[in-house]
Design a protein around this ligand. Structure first.
Ligand code: CA
Length: 278
C-alpha cells in the first residue's frame, strides 16, 4: 500500500507526482518523497532513501525531503533555481548531521537525495547517493546521475563489469550520503528540457527490479500519478525486497530550448554535457 503520494499542477506547463511504497517484504518504509509547486512554470520534486539502524533511515529521509523543501521555499528567487537548490540541500545535510550527533540511536543515520527543480523548462538537480535521475526522450531512457557507491565507482574505472555490479552483494553501500558529514559533496546537474520530456527520480528499490526498457515503456502513457502507480505496481509484482519510491515529471508545455536540442543530436549533446554517453 502506498504510504506517501501526491500530484498536482494540472493547470501548469507540467504534471508532477510522487509515490512511495514499502514493497512486498519490508514492514517499514525508509524512503521518502515530496514536491513543491512554486508557480505554473516551476516545480521542485525529490526522492530520498534512508539508511542507519533503529528509526534512523526513516527519520533521515523524511528530514532530507522536508528540510530541502522548506529551505528552498524560504530562499530568495533572485538566486536562481540551481543556487537555491544547492543551498537548501546543504542546509538539510547540516540539520540531519546535527540531529545524528545529539541522538545516540540516530548516530548512524544518513540518506540519499535526488532533488530536481524545473523552472522555465530548465532542469537543475542536486544529487547524493544511489537514487537516480532518468530522462525519457524520443523513446530513449538515459540515466543522468551517477551512483555514489564503491561498486559503481569500480565499474566507471573499468575494474568491474556492469553485469557483475548489478548483483554484487555490496552494490548498495554508499560512498556518499546526506547527514554523515558536516559538509557533503553534492553533484549538480543542469539541462534544458523539451516538450514531451519525462523525468523520473527513483530509489534503488525500483531500478534493481525493472530493466531500462521496461521503465521507458511505463513512462509513456497516462499522467504523472498514473505512471508512478504503474511503476510501483510493476516492481511489486516482481516481489521487491526493498522500499520503492518514484517521482515523475512531464514537460507538457513548449520550452525555449526546443530548437537547440531537438532532432537526433541530443544524445551526443547530453554526452558532452555530462562527459559520457548512455
Ligand atoms: Ca533502497
Amino acid at each position: 500500500m502506498a504510504e506517501s503520494t501526491g500530484s498536482g499542477a494540472a493547470q501548469a506547463d507540467f504534471d508532477v507526482a510522487v509515490l512511495s511504497d514499502a514493497g512486498t517484504e519490508r514492514p517499514d518504509n525508509e524512503d521518502a518523497c515530496g514536491y513543491f509547486i512554486e508557480s505554473p512554470q516551476a516545480a521542485l520534486f525529490m526522492v530520498a532513501d534512508g539508511i542507519g539502524g533503529y528509526e534512523g533511515g526513516e527519520i533521515a529521509s523524511r528530514m532530507a525531503v522536508d528540510l530541502t523543501i522548506e529551505a528552498y521555499r524560504e530562499s530568495p528567487p533572485a538566486w536562481g533555481a540551481a543556487k537555491r537548490l544547492q543551498r537548501a540541500v546543504q542546509r538539510a545535510n547540516i540539520e540531519i548531521h546535527n540531529r545524528a550527533i545529539v541522538v545516540p540511536e540516530l548516530r548512524r543515520m544518513g540518506t540519499t537525495l535526488i532533488a530536481a527543480v524545473v523552472e522555465g523548462g530548465r532542469l537543475s538537480a542536486a544529487h547524493v547517493g544511489d537514487s537516480r535521475l532518468y530522462l525519457a526522450r524520443g523513446g530513449c531512457l538515459s540515466q543522468i546521475t551517477k551512483d555514489h557507491t564503491a561498486v559503481a565507482e569500480r565499474v566507471r574505472m573499468g575494474l568491474m563489469s556492469a553485469a557483475r555490479a548489478r548483483n554484487h552483494p555490496e552494490r548498495s553501500m554508499l560512498s556518499r550520503s546526506l547527514g554523515r558529514e558536516l559538509i557533503v559533496s553534492v553533484d549538480r546537474l543542469s539541462m534544458p528540457l523539451v516538450q514531451g520530456d519525462r523525468v523520473l527520480l527513483c530509489s534503488d528499490g525500483l531500478y534493481n527490479v525493472l530493466e531500462d526498457g521496461e521503465i521507458e515503456h511505463l513512462l509513456r502513457p497516462g499522467d504523472a500519478a498514473a505512471i508512478c502507480k504503474a511503476l510501483i505496481e510493476t516492481a511489486n509484482a516482481r516481489g521487491s525486497g526493498d522500499n520503492l519510491t518514484v517521482a515523475v515529471f512531464i514537460m507538457h508545455g513548449a520550452t525555449p530550448f526546443a530548437a537547440d536540442v531537438a532532432g537526433t543530436g541530443w544524445r551526443e549533446w547530453l554526452g558532452r554535457i555530462f562527459g559520457r554517453r548512455r
